[in-house]
Design a protein around this ligand. Structure first.
Ligand SMILES: C[S@@+](CC[C@H](N)C(=O)[O-])C[C@H]1O[C@@H](n2cnc3c(N)ncnc32)[C@H](O)[C@@H]1O
Length: 259
């Protein structure tokens, strides 16, 4: 049963790896990867701030669910000793290719992060990082039990989980939106602040914030035109950012072993 669900998750992300359509250039070219990165951080500018790539120079970083590797190359470029696990072979193939093209070093494991300790040798990492992944897997609590084995007293676990109390979740519930760009995502769970702490049992959540309301007209956005929805266009920027901090879709979590 759970195996079937994992297969469904893998099939979904293999069919359309995350952000694969962020560029019209030939998939896998240098130009393609540059455009994917530019668009990703233009639309989600909170990611580089949250990941804080430069902080991990010379440190060991383990990413769970690297997708096509946009954050991955930024950790490696900043000088981190980078390791990733990814379920979708299509996504991982692109991430690996990206590292080769850019002459970066990284270690990649293909598999299910619910079985992390049977894939990645047990060692301490300074940072375990997972952006928008754990809410897509059938048994998230297994992932967390595994992550605990890779954390030392000074390690951090930074992750993004979808937030229940968000504009996006409200629009999904009202039938105006869907969780992912492609319909039919088999699993996409949103978490309240309290549910985050319950999921991360055995850890201390020392920072929680929310970010990201997607403000563009989708029909234009897919054509690389950035037109704000009229209700966001009418809003002063500061007001929009206040809304994002209170009702953003991305729950940005920093956790560690209890002190
Ligand atoms: C929304 S994408 C995010 C990718 C990347 N973190 C990013 O921000 O671009 C979700 C990713 O999680 C991966 N994933 C989902 N469940 C997984 C699992 N159980 N084990 C490993 N990877 C998983 C998917 O294959 C997909 O690449």
């Amino acid at each position: 049963m759970t195996q079937n669900m994992i297969d469904e998750v893998r099939t979904y992300w293999d069919r359309r790896p995350c952000n694969i359509r962020h560029s019209n250039a030939p998939v896998g070219s240098i130009e393609y990867f540059e455009q994917v990165e530019a668009r990703k951080y233009f639309v989600e500018p909170h990611i580089p701030t949250f990941a804080d790539f430069n902080r991990w120079r010379g440190k060991r970083v383990l990413e769970l669910g690297c997708g096509i590797g946009t954050d991955a190359v930024n950790f490696a470029r900043a000088g981190a000793r980078y390791t990733a696990v990814e379920l979708s072979s299509k996504s991982m193939e692109l991430a690996r290719r990206r590292f080769t093209l850019l002459g970066l070093q990284g270690t990649f494991y293909h598999g299910n992060i619910e079985e992390l300790s049977s894939l990645v040798p047990l060692e301490r990492y300074d940072l375990v990082y997972s952006f928008g992944v754990i809410h897509h897997t059938p048994r998230p609590e297994r992932v967390i039990q595994n992550v605990l084995k890779y954390l030392g007293p000074d390690s951090e676990f930074r992750l993004m989980l979808y937030a229940t109390m968000s504009w996006k979740n409200t629009m999904i519930a009202a039938g105006f939106d869907q969780p992912e760009a492609q319909s039919g995502c088999p699993i996409a769970v949103a978490y309240s602040r309290e549910e985050v702490q319950t999921l991360l049992s055995g850890m201390e959540v020392f920072e929680y914030s929310q970010a990201h309301i997607f403000p563009y007209v989708v029909e234009k956005y897919v054509k690389f035109e950035y037109e704000l929805q009229p209700w966001f266009k009418a809003m002063p920027k500061e007001m929009f950012h206040a809304l994002e901090r209170a009702f953003g879709w991305h729950g940005l979590i920093k956790a560690r072993l209890p002190r």
